[in-house]
Ligand binder design. Structure first.
Ligand code: GRF
Length: 202
């Protein structure tokens, strides 16, 4: 049974979707070992406790990144985490963090990367006038929203969409995509060739 460590900062809807998919048997072979937030008041922590999962607040405020990251790394190691899942974790990871879990940290981003990295990607995409939108699950490397892509979901923007409607449809796809990508990575049936995620032949 592989052990997931989820990092979040807010709402936690991606975390909840992953937890539900595990409970409902749509994502198998893994369990959530720990949920960690850098904000003590994150709704995602409440959702984790409601599910009787181990939930920790490790506050970042007023602390150096390296020191805060070291504490999170220690908590993830203590809980014997195999794969780190960033689910709306609104902090950049230090190089030491990335190196502590090589190709073992996933992030989800609400655009088709490399388009619209950074904050408010859904709004950036809508304002740009894209006709196809989507989300990306990728390995985390030392650059923002940059690592090897594991999975993307793309779909058309409707003419009647406003920014809010588009953001909601992106989030719906995120909730499907993240568990699918975790399943892919945990299967181990892939290799990374340069920037390419390549599934092994069956
Ligand atoms: C999602 O849009 C995700 O793509 C981005 O942060 C948001 C987190 O939402 N990285 P939630 O906390 O999972 O609801």
């Amino acid at each position: 049974m592989k052990r997931l460590g989820v990092l979040l900062s807010g709402r936690g809807s991606n975390f909840a979707a992953i937890a539900d998919n595990i409970v409902q048997g749509r994502l198998t072979g893994c369990q959530i070992a720990v949920v960690i937030s850098n904000k003590a008041d994150a709704a995602g922590l409440v959702a984790a406790r409601e599910r009787e999962l181990k939930a920790l607040a490790i506050e970042a405020r007023g602390r150096k990144r390296a020191e805060h990251d070291a504490e999170i790394i220690a908590a993830l190691k203590e809980h014997q985490v195999d794969l780190v899942i960033l689910a709306g974790y609104m902090r950049l990871l230090s190089p030491e963090f990335v190196q502590a879990f090589p190709e073992r940290i996933l992030n989800i981003h609400p655009s088709l990367l490399p388009a619209f990295p950074g904050l408010d990607a859904q709004e950036q995409a809508f304002n740009y006038g894209v006709q196809v939108a989507g989300c990306t699950v990728h390995f985390v490397d030392e650059e923002l929203d940059h690592g090897v892509i594991v999975l993307q979901k793309a779909f058309p923007v409707h003419e009647g969409d406003d920014s809010q409607a588009l953001a909601e449809r992106i989030l719906e796809q995120e909730h499907i995509a993240y568990s699918e990508a975790i399943g892919r990575v945990l299967s181990g049936e892939y290799r990374v060739v340069g920037r390419r995620y390549v599934r092994n032949a069956k």
